[in-house]
Each structure stands twice: as C-alpha cells, then as structure tokens.
Design a protein around this ligand. Structure first.
Ligand code: NAP
Ligand code: GDP
Length: 345
C-alpha cells in the first residue's frame, strides 16, 4: 500500500514541487485546494503532473470542511503549505492573514486531534519572516523571534501552536522554518519573479522599466525544489521537531537584479541613491529599473541569513542549485514565456 500525502496549497509554488517529489517516491498525493473561478493548476501542468494528483476541495477558513477532509482521507502525512503567503498583502489584509495563516493551522491541528490518530504526521510551513528584526546572524532554530509584518506574526502563532500540539498531545507535528525559496514557479508578486518577468518584458519591448522597492534588503534565497526535499525528510524522522532550511548565503535585491539582467543580456549599472536610484543598461543607455516608494514596507526585514547545520546533520539535507544558477533558470524561464506568450501563472 502506498502512503497517502495530503498537500494543502497544491496550486502554489511549493505544492507543485512537493507533489512531484512525493509522486516520484510512490505516494498517492491528494492536493487540497480552495475553489476558484478559474483553473489554477498551471504549475502542476508545467511540471507535467496535473493528471497524477487527486484534487479535493479545501478551505483553511472552513472548520467543517477541514474535519470532513481529514476524516475521509485519513492521510499518513499532511503538508500544510496553504497560506496568504505575501508579506506585502498582509499589511493591507492583517485580519484575513491571521485567520488563514494562524487560526487555519489550529483548525487543521484540531481536526487531526479529533480523528484521534497519533499516526498522522503534520508539517507546518513556517518562515524566516518570524526572525524579522534579527537578534543574531546567522539565524538558527534557537534564535529569538521578532516578526515585522502581520504575515510574520501570524506565522509565528502557527509555529507555536504546532509546537504546542506536539507537546500537549504527542502529535508528530513539525515546523519547517524555511528561508526564502524561489523557482520559475514563484508567484509574480515576490521580488525575484517580479524582476525576472519584468526584465523579460523589457527585453521584448513589452515594458519600459521595472519599478521596485528597497534594493538594500538582503535575503537568503534558495531553490524551492531543494526545499521540498527537506520538508519530506523532516516527516520521515521518528520524532517531530523544528528545522531551519537555508543556504547560508545572503544577497541584496540589487544583486539579484544585476544577475537577472545579465542572464537576459543587460549590463546593469546603478546610479543615484534612495528613491532616485536607477539601473541603467550600459549597452543601450536605457533605464530598465527604478525605485518606487510605493513598494517600501511599513516595517522592513533588512537581512535574513540562515544556518542550515541542524537540517544538514540530522536530515542529511543538501542543496543542488546555487544562487547564480537559480537566478539564471528563473530569467530563462520568463524569457521563454514572454517570447512565446505562454504565461499561465
Ligand atoms: P504560494 O505559491 O503563495 O501558495 C500558497 C497556496 O496557499 C496556494 O495554493 C493558495 O491557493 C493556497 N491558499 C491561500 N489561502 C488559502 C485558503 N484560505 N485556503 C486554502 N488554500 C489557500 O506559496 P509558496 O511559495 O508555495 O509557499 C508555501 C508555504 O510556505 C506558504 O505557507 C508560505 O507562507 C510558506 N513559506 C514560503 C516561503 C517561500 O520563500 N516560498 C518561505 C517560507 C515559508 P490559491 O492558488 O487559490 O491562491
Ligand atoms: P519576503 O521576504 O517574503 O517579503 O519576499 P519578497 O520577495 O516579497 O521580498 C523580499 C525583499 O525584497 C523584501 O525586503 C522587500 O522589501 C524587497 N523588495 C524590494 N522591492 C520589492 C518589490 O518590488 N516587490 C517585493 N515583493 N519586494 C521587494
């Protein structure tokens, strides 16, 4: 009998890569997904697995739906990837973000508790945004938290409720504290994909220039395909725990812009400072990126840099794709999509 994995947030970036990994490992994969007026399985289609994943209706706001789904499926493993995952939106929708990202996790844990099964293994998608205004560098499992956005605050609640259900009820509930991870399947609003898509449009004459916010922010950016392997390894441990997944490198947004530009044939030089800063292509003299303060955040996370030592040692987790190759893969994917007009997500 193959194991049954329930993956919430199947239509998102991580859901697609995790589903592919679990299918390769012989799992039966049920993707839990909220109803939408349009088909949003473009990422699964891009990985060629759209037909291999079973889909079930799932909404993190709806307690009864969550309970029925878990009672019916009785999954071996639940990966909770569903969330309002964009920091920027969380400042505009703080209550909704809390309902989904914080209370939604309690609904799931309560449903697992209600079916009375201690054999279900639960993964919670926690985030380096919980470190926020960092108290030490690099950040690891023991670093104190100081979130800087309603998203970070909601995810911190979700982290602690996961720990609490592990300690209170002996549940196999794990919190993966993942640093930013990107891919050609990343959502368009995140700075990496925003840059690769916009610069591809600039290259093909479909956009004048990309407007961005804080170019000084530094992130520890890894490849999503590597990170889902870490999630799976966490749930194969005999005991549940908390694990940081990170690369141990940090890069400013400005560097991502430069490398993405290079992959698309631009030779970028930066001029000016603050809101007047611009990126100019040396070859054409054209401004291809400029700062717009509307993308600044009310409170910023200036620097994230993770220490993945525990995951490397305990889980044997390693990474296959480095930063430069990741940027290039994202730029090339968007270049191809823009030139063929095939942009489904
Ligand atoms: P993503 O692409 O934004 O996917 C989020 C998923 O959650 C989508 O499938 C979305 O469905 C679903 N969802 C949103 N609200 C829901 C609700 N109320 N009920 C049911 N489903 C809902 O995010 P991702 O990058 O794959 O990230 C996966 C998880 O890891 C998220 O929890 C995120 O916060 C966390 N995380 C991500 C990173 C990162 O760098 N990627 C780092 C740390 C933690 P729709 O398609 O319908 O919107
Ligand atoms: P986050 O780390 O989850 O907030 O991931 P994002 O990709 O949304 O943002 C990463 C960093 O890039 C943050 O410090 C942002 O302030 C910064 N940033 C700079 N310009 C932009 C922009 O235009 N869009 C986004 N999303 N972030 C930007």
């Amino acid at each position: 009998m193959s194991k049954l994995a329930m993956v919430t947030g199947i239509s998102g970036q991580d859901g697609a890569y995790l589903a592919r990994l679990l299918l390769e490992k012989g799992y039966r994969v049920v993707g839990a997904m909220r109803r939408n007026s349009s088909t949003t399985l473009g990422r699964l289609a891009e990985l060629g697995i759209e037909q291999d994943v079973e889909i079930t209706d799932f909404e993190l706001l709806e307690d009864s739906n969550i309970r029925r789904t878990i009672e019916r499926l009785k999954p071996d493993e639940i990966y909770n990837l569903a969330a309002q995952s964009f920091v920027g939106s969380s400042f505009e929708q703080p209550l909704y973000t809390a309902e989904v990202d914080a209370c939604g996790v309690t609904r799931l844990l309560e449903a697992i508790r209600a079916v009375g099964s201690t054999s279900i293994r639960f993964y919670q998608a926690s985030t380096s945004e919980m470190f926020g205004k960092v108290h030490e560098t690099p950040q690891r499992e023991t670093t104190p938290f100081h979130p800087r956005s309603p998203y970070g605050v909601a995810k911190l609640y979700a982290h602690w409720i996961t720990v609490n259900y592990r300690e209170s009820y002996g549940m196999h509930a794990t919190s993966g504290i993942l640093f930013n991870h990107e891919s050609p399947l990343r959502g368009r609003e995140f700075v990496t994909r925003k840059i690769t898509l916009a610069l591809s449009r600039v290259k093909h004459g479909k956009l004048d220039a990309v407007e961005v916010g804080n170019l000084d922010a530094k992130r520890d950016w890894g490849f999503a395909g590597d990170y889902v392997e870490g999630m799976w390894r966490m749930l194969q441990q005999d005991t549940a725990g908390d694990y940081v997944l990170a690369t141990g490198e940090t890069h400013p947004v400005r560097e991502f812009l430069t490398l993405a530009g290079a992959a698309l044939g631009f030779d970028l030089v930066f001029e000016g400072s603050g809101v007047a800063e611009r990126a100019i292509d040396r070859k054409s003299g054209k401004v291809v990126a400029r700062v717009n303060e509307k993308f600044f955040r009310p409170a910023e996370v200036d620097l994230l840099l993770g220490d993945p030592a525990k995951a490397e040692k305990t889980l044997g987790w390693t990474r296959k794709l480095g930063f430069r190759d990741l940027v290039t893969a994202m730029a090339e994917a968007d270049d191809r999509r823009v030139s063929t007009g095939q942009l489904s997500f």
